[in-house]
Design a protein around this ligand. Sequence first.
Ligand code: O2Y
Ligand code: MN
Length: 609
Amino acid sequence: MNVQELKHPGLKQWVEDAVALMSPDSVEVCDGSKAEYDRMIQITIDAGLATPLNSEKLPGSVLFRSDPSDVARVENRTYIASEREEDAGPTNNWINPAELKKIMTELYKGSMKGRTMYVIPFSMGPVGSDIAKIGVEITDSPYVVANMHIMTRVGTKVLEVLGSSGVYVPCFHSVGKPLGPGEKDQGQWPCAPLDKKYISHFPETREIWSYGSGYGGNALLGKKCLALRIASVLARDEGWLAEHMLILKITNPEGEVKYITGAFPSACGKTNLAMLIPILPGWKVETVGDDIAWMKFGKDGRLYAINPEAGFFGVAPGTNNESNRNAMESCKKNSIFTNCGLTEDGDVWWELIGHGAPGKEIIDWKGNKRPAPQSDKSPKGEEIAHPNARFTAPASQCPCIAKEWEDPAGVPISAFLFGGRRPKTIPLVNQAKSWIHGVFMGSIVGSEVTAAVISDQVGQVRRDPFAMLPFCGYHMGDYFKHWIKLGQSHDESKLPKIFFVNWFRKNDEGKFIWPGYGENSRVLAWIFDRCSGKGKAEETPIGFLPTLDAITRPQGVSETDMQEILKVDIDGWKAEIADVRKNHYPKFGDKLPKELYTELDAIEKRFNA
Ligand code: O2Y
Ligand code: MN
């Protein structure tokens, strides 16, 4: 389709203005067809950016290598440009929107010369669902078009729902590397230098402008930019929730079904939990979503969740048949790999894939030939795959995808989980006493910084309230208020019950006490039962803890270990409370809701009683 055929006058004008500004050689409106996807892939192969993979091992799949400066989300170049700085809050980068638009307009001038502009109409959520939202991304990257085909619903069907006057979130994206006459990418991943990259959000006008990066969350604008940063603002204004949460369907041996969502900071195994294979006989766990949940109230007063995405953008290193067999199966065909190693037989490889690489040599993520590794481990800094290497795979290919994952009405949620990597203090599982107590627990979520990220904070707990710190499009203090208000304005008995989980407790030797992965189903079963008014528990100052016999013990976990991970660590909690009071809550200034200080005082009092 060409631009003249667009039936929405506002959209047509917006595209024409973008064409005048960015000066592409040609413009295409994406139809979302398989032929279009194949053409995008062929364009990237011809430009030397993609390598087709072994068609017997990974049919329909390709490998990309990005520029070493463009390998992950860039938080220090991500902006929330609200009119007032105080509306972005202390945890977001803020620039005045007019000033930022002036800077970026200069960058966008002629930025698509020598390239094609693709106009991608996309739906976050099943097309036409009441909970779904439409976006239109303009991009000069065929890599982005192909990834958007997998991660969202793209094309003509979206334009039909949009009609001539529908609302959409306009999203600009340019890799920021115009081509001169006759110039080609010739295998060089196009992007701009770090100080020219901008991932910008304009919450009041619901716009996204991204420049200079072609990678992941910086460029696939439906994901973190629309589905979390802009959607969190829409959710606040419209009375719903846009959360960094997985969605699980759990079926017990009696055939009863419950759906739960869970928020975990990065590097806590969220995708693994979303695709967990339970070890408990008779229990079934299926995936509705692995990263984002949009939840609205139904007429019955319950919260219904949809997964706004259509695919997985999963971290490859560490994914193997033991840690996540379902993810391995999901990316066996029709997938895009980015920054993985390439074996001699045209397969992908990454650290902790579960085996060494075949043959004599392997090509690493930078395109260098290296000796094929015998084991699946590499010294830090010498990895074959980049630690943030990714697979993009259609959710429909996941063996444990729930049949209702695309239900436009969403699934009714019984429980929220909050968790993080906490080697000490936080027990294996703990149920909040009330909605407000649960909001308090969400507000203090923290996770130990692991060696997977380059940071001088390794080993320290970094607070990441509701796992939303990098993704909330407004002041986090107001975000806490939004959660509190939802509780006050709805029947609490119909709201999801809130649980805190911690799979990462360590003993004094620094070894994990709890085995995690499929064994986590023991904890999910207790949570399931608690939501049915069953499951044995004891009330403590921090919430309801399972009794020692309420959760069956995995092999290798002694009764003493179990006591350790299910007890209230009084000194640890006193230190936790002191840290929240001194270092965490003051960050949010006057906007920290008084109800959370009341909860903090109450828990402290319970310890001193
Ligand atoms: O590095 C990126 O661009 C992707 S980050 C990401 C991707 C999928 C799911 N979650 C995340 C995240 O950072 O939370
Ligand atoms: Mn995420």
